[in-house]
Design a protein around this ligand. Structure first.
Ligand SMILES: [Zn+2]
Length: 264
């Protein structure tokens, strides 16, 4: 269907990636969240056909108009080695949410690599200081760590950090206000949904890419299909409930056991 003057513009969505792999998933990486490079490149092709992608920074600050925003959490070395070259080939930009406490450690991108990505137009942002869930910190510690994370990343890459993606999507009460005090204009959550029509909203939803997302569902998401995204919201709601009932550590143990069972 051709858009007409009465058709509202399609609402954009933000995708949340983690690590990529070439062949076997390296030890220590969560297999559910580690996408094979070939599949990732196939998804970029689908995104290109749907109208292309930009970073959340480009969408929020530069008024870029794309149906898809690309984001990566955790700052894995594969973001530099595999995602970065694929994005450059497609002429796409993304945000990379990194933990300064992990930068340069084995398995993670270094400051020099992040600077190279930043110089090529990628947006390097904050995933907290060291991947401790923000719900486990008191207010003073939270303020201190969020501030330290922003300053350390800005010093490391030489450009402004304005976006925060909380580790594990865990958002304590009052986070938005504290994040603002620490210099973050926006928070990118792990709660699924379409992006608001207005770009003034502080907390933005994202759709998590896992190995369970097939090409059909991916296509529905990037075309903003309401029912497909609603289904993801319901799934997320029941997972959040399980996390609330079991607590974070018991939930993670149960999830790892379920994953191990699926592989064996
Ligand atoms: Zn993370």
């Amino acid at each position: 269907m051709q858009p007409t003057s009465s058709t509202p513009p399609r609402r954009a969505i933000a995708l949340m990636y983690h690590a990529l792999s070439r062949g076997q998933v390296p030890p220590g990486q969560d297999p559910h969240y580690t996408l094979d490079e070939t599949r990732f490149r196939g998804q970029l092709q689908q995104v290109a056909e749907a109208g292309g992608a930009c970073s959340a920074r480009g969408w929020l600050h530069d008024g870029e108009q794309r149906p898809v925003l690309l984001t990566f959490d955790d700052g894995h070395i594969s973001n530099y080695e595999l995602a970065f070259p694929a994005l450059v080939e497609h002429g796409m930009r993304a945000d990379f949410f990194v933990n300064p406490g992990h930068v340069g450690k084995p398995g993670f991108a270094s400051w020099a690599q992040l600077r190279e990505m930043g110089s090529a137009g990628m947006s390097i942002q904050s995933h907290g200081y060291d991947h401790v869930y923000l719900t486990s910190l008191g207010r003073d510690a939270l303020r201190e760590r969020l501030h330290a994370a922003r300053i350390t990343i800005e010093d490391g890459i030489g450009s402004a950090v304005t976006l925060l993606a909380p580790p594990g999507g865990r958002m304590p009460a009052g986070l938005v206000g504290i994040a603002r005090q620490c210099g973050y204009g926006r928070v990118l959550s792990s709660r699924p949904g379409r992006l608001p029509a207005s770009r003034g909203t502080t907390v933005l939803p994202r759709l998590a890419i896992t190995t369970a997302i097939d090409a059909h569902r991916f296509h529905a998401w990037i075309h903003g299909k309401h029912t497909s995204i609603l289904r993801e919201q319901l799934r997320y709601g029941s997972l959040s409930l399980a996390k609330g009932i079991l607590g974070d550590s018991r939930y993670e143990r149960a999830r790892m056991l379920a994953l191990a069972g699926r592989r064996s």
